[in-house]
Design a protein around this ligand. Structure first.
Ligand code: ATP
Ligand code: MG
Length: 231
């Protein structure tokens, strides 16, 4: 199997003075792998995710995702890359409150110019699998935190991305909702989805990911296989 992510000698420096926020760092993630990125606040986890998502560019080094070199791409090509190859889930859902659940989920498909009928089928299938089918016509404001995060996951998956990125997906959730979302990520990974998730939640890291990469001061301090757990 190929690598979905290849980072080579990547450096990100926000300020001209001092040590870089990230790197120099090299990392590969294989197709079908689930990797948890952990580390203290400020260690560079979100920076790393943003570079992989094409939301930001490194000062040095190479970033390839799904065989495509993205560090040199222009804004338009990057936007297209994000739409077609990447699904992203954030701590605070980032749903649009004045669109219904189903319209939120359909939005990336619309932006990608997908046929409406096909996109609707895919949305219905995802809502069914994620247990939110009955909320399709509701507005996100009426849903629980766990339900909102499941809508965000459906939106992230509508274009069948090669890579699902999640930044603290359980960070804003209570224990029960956190467990729902955790189980959902475990199931997605089991079905073959490549996942990279940033989390402080050790239970999530251990249950969902077979590999943990720990960052300290922008460098990889630990890169290990997680103990085999019943997933
Ligand atoms: N846009 C930015 N401009 C300047 N500095 C930034 C920017 N984004 C991040 N940084 C700095 O880079 C370092 C790494 O930040 P990053 O957000 O990647 O950390 P993190 O590991 O995600 O932390 P947290 O767990 O708190 O989310 C920090 O020192 C931060 O202050
Ligand atoms: Mg962060």
């Amino acid at each position: 199997m190929g690598n979905v992510i290849e980072l080579e000698g990547v450096v990100k420096q926000y300020d001209s003075a001092g040590a870089p926020a990230l790197g120099p760092l090299s990392l590969t993630v294989a197709e079908g792998e689930a990797v948890a990125i952990t580390g203290p606040s400020g260690s560079g986890k979100s920076t790393l995710l943003n570079l992989v998502a094409g939301l930001d560019k490194p000062g040095e080094g190479r970033v390839s995702v799904g065989g495509l070199r993205i560090d040199g791409l222009g804004e338009k090509a990057l936007a297209r890359f994000r739409r077609e190859r990447i699904g992203m889930v954030f701590q605070f859902f980032n749903l649009l409150d004045d669109l219904t659940v189903v319209d939120n989920i359909l939005l990336p498909a619309q932006l990608a110019g997908s046929a409406r009928g096909r996109a609707m089928e895919r949305a219905a299938e995802l809502m069914e699998v994620l247990g939110i089918a009955k909320h399709g016509r509701a507005y996100p404001g009426r849903l629980s935190g766990g339900e909102r995060q499941r809508v965000a996951v459906a939106r992230a998956l509508i274009n069948r991305p090669a890579l699902l990125l999640a930044d603290e997906p359980t960070g804003a959730l209570d224990t029960a909702s956190g467990n729902e979302v955790r189980q959902l990520l475990v199931d997605l990974h089991r079905s073959g989805q490549t996942v990279v998730l940033v989390t402080h939640d050790l239970a999530l890291a251990e249950s969902c990911a077979e590999r943990t990469v720990q960052l300290v001061d922008g460098n990889i301090a630990v890169d290990r296989r997680n103990a085999e757990v019943v997933r």
